[in-house]
Unconditional design. Structure first.
Length: 384
């Protein structure tokens, strides 16, 4: 049975938004950049905002608006949260509706109340944040939150199960092989034999990571084990995907509609690479310089664009996503669309692809942020 929902905010006050960012994953700096953009876009006249950072070691800390504003790329160095701050934590709300933020007093004393949280805006990327873990915490605290729920977040993070669900929903996916830790330990030769059924080039990836971290392009068998070892540095489970030569890389955004209508799908973007690696890796995404061109909208025949938008909406629904998602595709040289993956918390700086495609669709960055907050505030707590 679903628990009863309490009002999203008390009478006579603005809804309070806890912007949660940082985290323990390798995408910590990306999350810091996202937080800077989102906090700057939230209408302070409509919402009361508090920054909640999670350090690399997993400590929760309160981060001021000025500190968040200072989180930016400097001399090609990405930002990171300090460990030197008083700890904070989220507790169940005393009224049963929403959570309560508290902070440990300096010197290890008692807990100081920081007030209620009406909605959490988690901007964590990667494992231990984007994968259903913090969403489960919010559910247990009875706290409304922006974006995908526990299951959709977990599926969206794990490319293995994502592809299984997409295939079950009849969505077009590319050939792949998954090597679990048990596969690699018990019979490495058999695992490599499975991979031999794929056609090179291959992309070897950590199964549960994002921002193209830990990925290698492999052009022949001699490179395969080194690429698997590199992916193992980030995840004990590895996915190996067949590449598509001369394919176009396309992306679009999906946005849940208010009032239960079908989700909206944005304009389509194309990524054109100029790097030696030939794929959209971490540096190309966050330290771009002249490495990549982003064409929004992409130059596509109308029928291809319409088909891609329909597939993106089906992908969103297939994993029971909520709030937002970016869906990535390949358009093969033969003209076939292939769903590569869905990202339930895409990069969200003002210059990231997700806000760009919505700006090209007539929804600017502040309006997009507000829509996501309204969706979260309108959503009931408990099972839905």
């Amino acid at each position: 049975m679903s628990q009863a929902s309490e009002p999203a905010a008390g009478p006579g006050r603005k809804p309070r938004v806890a912007v949660v960012f940082g985290g323990t994953s390798d995408e910590h700096p990306v999350s810091c950049l996202t937080a800077r953009g989102v906090v700057g876009a939230i209408d302070q006249d409509r919402y009361d905002v508090i920054g909640v950072g999670i350090s690399r070691s997993g400590r929760w800390i309160v981060v001021s608006a000025d500190q968040i504003a200072a989180l930016q790329v400097s001399d090609r160095k990405l930002p990171e949260l300090t460990e030197q701050a008083a700890e904070a934590m989220l507790l169940p709300g005393s009224s049963g509706g929403g959570g309560e933020l508290v902070q440990r007093a300096s010197g290890g004393g008692g807990l100081a109340e920081l007030g209620p949280v009406d909605v959490a805006f988690s901007l964590l990327h990667g494992p231990f944040g984007e994968d259903g873990t913090i969403q489960g915490l919010f559910e247990m605290m009875g706290t409304r939150y922006v974006g995908a729920g526990v299951l959709a977040s977990a599926v969206g993070m794990d490319k293995h199960y994502m592809k299984m669900i997409f295939a079950g929903a009849g969505l077009p996916i590319g050939p792949y092989v998954v090597i679990t830790p048990a596969d690699w330990q018990r019979d490495r030769e058999q695992a490599l034999k499975q991979v031999s059924q794929l056609t090179y080039p291959l992309y070897v990836k950590p199964t549960r990571n994002g921002s193209s971290i830990g990925i290698s392009k492999v052009t022949d068998e001699s490179q395969l084990e080194d690429a698997i070892a590199f992916a193992h540095q980030y995840d004990p489970k590895v996915i190996i995907e067949e590449g598509f030569e001369n394919a176009r890389e396309l992306e679009c955004g999906v946005l849940q509609s208010l009032g239960g209508a079908a989700p909206q799908v944005s304009a389509i973007a194309e990524i054109r690479m100029h790097t030696d690696s030939g794929f959209y890796d971490f540096d190309a995404k966050y330290l771009p310089e002249e490495q990549v061109d982003l064409d929004v909208p992409a130059d596509l025949p109308t029928e291809v664009a319409d088909e891609m938008r329909a597939l993106a909406a089906r992908s969103f629904d297939a994993i029971s996503c909520e709030g937002l998602a970016r869906v990535d595709f390949f358009l093969t040289a033969e003209g076939r669309l292939v769903v590569n993956e869905i990202n339930t918390m895409p990069g969200f700086t003002e210059h990231s692809m997700y806000p760009r495609v919505w700006a090209a669709s007539g929804i600017d960055y502040p309006t997009l942020v507000d829509r996501l907050l309204q969706l979260a505030l309108d959503r009931p707590t408990g099972l839905r």
